[in-house]
Design a protein around this ligand. Sequence first.
Ligand SMILES: Nc1ncnc2c1ncn2[C@@H]1O[C@H](COP(=O)(O)OP(=O)(O)OP(=O)(O)O)[C@@H](O)[C@H]1O
Ligand SMILES: [Mg+2]
Length: 297
Amino acid sequence: MIGHREAPLRGSVPGVVEDAGVAADRPILEMIGVSKSFTSLDGHESVALSPVTTEVARGEFVSLIGPSGCGKTTLLRMIAGLASPTTGQIRYEGQDRAIPPSDFGFVFQDHGLMPWRTVLDNVLLPIEVLRGRPRAEDKARAADLLETMGLGGRGTSLPGELSGGMSQRVAIARALIHEPQILLMDEPFGALDAMTRERMNDDLQRLHQDNRRTVVFVTHSISEAIYLSDRVCVLTGRPGRVAGEFGIESSRPRTSETRTGDEARRYERVIRDALNLSDRESSASPAPVLSAVGSPS
Ligand SMILES: Nc1ncnc2c1ncn2[C@@H]1O[C@H](COP(=O)(O)OP(=O)(O)OP(=O)(O)O)[C@@H](O)[C@H]1O
Ligand SMILES: [Mg+2]
């Protein structure tokens, strides 16, 4: 069944073990009326993101999808405390705060590897920033992660010697090295060819399923969002706001049949409709679009 919710999702994902002392039904992350405006040098203020209210359950995989410039990266940066909201609140683990650096791994829109550092030293960077000089066990873990990512033996390479797909995998290993609670991923596979992208989707699905790590994932690909997500959050064109949220209930693990099956096509249709509708709405007027997006039969 395809679900469309107008209210934020409540509750955690089945099968996820809660930390002791953390309420089972408390979302790990809440955004309450979070907006962002930028002021240019001549004092002109522009709204990048209209107030967004949503939440992410522990262990959930949530995708943000929306047109270029609607504020997806800006929202991710605010969640990570790399930018401050103009209005509203971000709550992490029930407290008014962005996610602390030790608790998130960030995969940037451009992989952002340091070209002068070896692959291994790139992966170890968060350890250096958060805890100081890497220990032997950190290096062993980095080597393990590279092995898992299919990059065993490439630790001494420089980023310039890698393909785009390999670089993205190094960026993911770097985001995971300090065992964060939440993985924030900003169009990590946007620059990859279709085959590599599908392989990377499978790797990411495995990573999410093995550890039940919470993931907030930005993408422009509707099919990728459906394939990976527990929920897809559709944002309107600039300034972005939530046009609709769709629970993806396809069974896991998802396979190439999931990708091409009838259920995926139905999800794709409603999400595409929400995106098209929000596009028309945002160019015509700022009226809410929620009521216009219905559940398909
Ligand atoms: N530091 C900044 N100063 C001024 N404007 C900014 C800044 N960062 C982002 N913006 C503006 O905010 C809006 C949203 O930008 P953002 O990068 O969040 O969009 P996006 O949805 O991630 O787009 P894309 O899909 O192209 O990556 C854009 O119009 C952008 O120009
Ligand atoms: Mg972006």
